[in-house]
Design a protein around this ligand. Sequence first.
Ligand code: ADP
Ligand code: ADP
Length: 227
Amino acid sequence: MIELRNVSKRYGSVTALDGVSLVVPEGSVCVCIGPSGCGKSTTLKLVNRLLEPSDGEVLVNGQSVRSRSAVQLRREIGYVIQSVGLFPHMTVAENIGIVPRLFGRDAAWRRTRAEELLQLIGLDPGRYMQAYPAQLSGGEAQRIGVARALAANQPILLMDEPFGAVDPLNREVLQAEFLDLQRKLRKTILFVTHDLDEAIRMGDMIAIMNQGQVVQHDTPERILAQP
Ligand code: ADP
Ligand code: ADP
């Protein structure tokens, strides 16, 4: 579970978040949506302690994140960002293995895991394990980014516009694939987008943000039913 309790974040004189409270129950997807600059990315970075709140409390699995270091939190939380950030000098398999390697998994474990994950995301391991990022299409790179976030098997995922750089057609395919995966994996996910269709499709709950506040928190059905 992820919980924000009355969290504010100021960067100097800029108030990026202003008293946000939000709960993401275990196994569910909460989508934060809102215009650029409303505080979505800041919200995610407070959860994995890339940032510290100015006020309020962030809890992961019932415990304040202040009681864990960013390194400890990495064992619990996977992170996917828009610019996938695959390392160009590493193969697909090596990229997928980065976090497990940090956790001390050996080469054989990482290879098996990378093969499993490539299969899971619908890419042929024989063709892709040894490929380099430059040889991938945008959609393939994005899938690898998701595989990398799943590699260490953390129960919580933070996803910041994970399909943002993908063209609309591939984006719909990725969304559908990811939903399929989520039905099996039941991760606890905080997902950021500025695309309402994506929010409605992906979210069990939607948090609409504006100027650093959550102005509405509701199911996709109820948000769609509004005039
Ligand atoms: P979003 O992800 O919704 O686009 P952000 O969380 O990135 O919004 O940013 C929220 C606000 O905080 C914006 O006004 C942005 O300009 C400001 N901001 C974000 N990061 C910084 C920073 N490192 N220093 C100063 N202001 C920042
Ligand atoms: P396991 O019981 O899966 O062999 P360990 O005993 O090696 O895991 O590690 C204990 C905890 O450390 C795990 O429950 C997990 O939270 C974390 N951990 C260790 N290695 C990994 C990994 N490769 N991926 C994710 N978490 C890991």
